[in-house]
Ligand binder design. Structure first.
Ligand SMILES: [Fe+2]
Length: 318
């Protein structure tokens, strides 16, 4: 069977308590051929999951037609309101998959209404999970995708914004809104050709200018909406500004940059450093943090950076 008719799913989203009701496939050893692993009628057990992990298998496959059913299953896990029914780590994994899927679809349609509505709903869901006592950022980091797609980057930045907002003591509504803002912060990039965003070689001056326009483009797309707050708009507009005034698109100084844009700036760069780029492999988290420390007070707000560092270091130690 050819792999092009199938999509990968994370084994971490499969729960023995919730039947997916889909045929699951696996790759035959050392080939791209897919073979049936488990028929839809046969539930997966805890032992099955342990065995898969033991064999180093973290992805199974479902047919493309089954995508909607799988997404429904993920939403059920991510939105469960029964306390303790589903471990937070599984909910986090499911939520991340839902966020990526919804964002990918909304971004590819370039429909601002649909994107904002989806981002608002996802912000509420994400805030619910990142504020749980059992939530650990390290669980999240391990299940996130770290590729270069704008929707992946936006999904990761959004969840990081929510975690950092929670740690900074924002109220629940603030956490929801800053997460939504994170999902929308790079909306202006959708106007830039994918080839340019992924260009591995040095950019020309014209290309560089084009990329540096994306905060303004994103802000313009969102500015007239009454359902977004000033903080959310400023996340789109100011997330590449620096405290020392050497950022873009305006070159604002520290006091003129919105606090949420400062939060977004810290996690945006962290996400970029720890993800794949066309020209390099992901940087380990410790290295990314130490690189960012050098820019504390010049590019990044030192207190916000300190708070982010403590979240990541706490999880690296545990
Ligand atoms: Fe950006």
């Amino acid at each position: 069977m050819s792999g092009t008719d199938f999509i990968p799913i994370s084994v971490a989203t499969l729960l023995p308590t919730e039947a997916v009701g889909l045929d699951l496939y696996q790759k035959e050893d050392a080939s791209d051929r897919l073979v049936l692993y488990r028929g839809a009628k046969f539930p997966i057990s805890i032992d099955d999951l342990d065995r898969l992990r033991g064999r180093g298998i973290h992805r199974l496959y479902i047919s493309k037609e089954a995508r909607a059913t799988y997404q429904k299953y993920l939403r059920k896990i991510a939105t469960t309101s029964e306390p303790g029914a589903i471990p937070v780590a599984a909910r986090t994994t499911a939520l991340n998959e839902v966020v990526r899927d919804v964002l990918h679809l909304a971004f590819s349609k370039d429909d601002v209404d649909q994107t904002v509505n989806a981002a608002e709903q996802l912000g509420v869901l994400a805030a619910d999970i990142v504020t749980k006592d059992e939530f650990a950022a390290s669980d999240l980091f391990d299940v996130l995708h770290h590729d270069y797609a704008t929707f992946t980057h936006s999904a990761n930045v959004a969840l990081y914004c929510g975690i950092l907002g929670a740690e900074l003591g924002y109220p629940r509504e603030g956490i929801e809104r800053i997460t939504t803002g994170g999902l929308l912060h790079d909306l202006g990039k959708l106007e830039i050709d994918e080839d340019l965003l992924c260009k591995p070689s040095r950019l020309t001056d014209v290309e560089f200018r084009k990329i540096r326009m994306h905060p303004l483009v994103g802000f313009r797309k969102l500015a007239m909406r009454e359902d977004l707050t000033e903080g959310q708009l400023m996340m789109a507009y100011q997330h590449h500004e620096r405290l020392d005034g050497k950022g873009y698109p305006v070159g604002l100084k520290a006091e003129d940059i919105h606090p949420w844009a400062k939060v977004c700036a810290v996690v945006d760069v962290f996400e970029a450093l720890t993800s794949h780029r066309p020209y390099r492999t992901p940087m380990p988290r410790e290295k990314a943090l130490s690189l960012q420390q050098r820019d504390g007070g010049t590019a990044f707000d030192p207190e916000i950076l300190e708070c982010w560092t403590s979240i990541i270091q706490r999880d690296l130690v545990n």
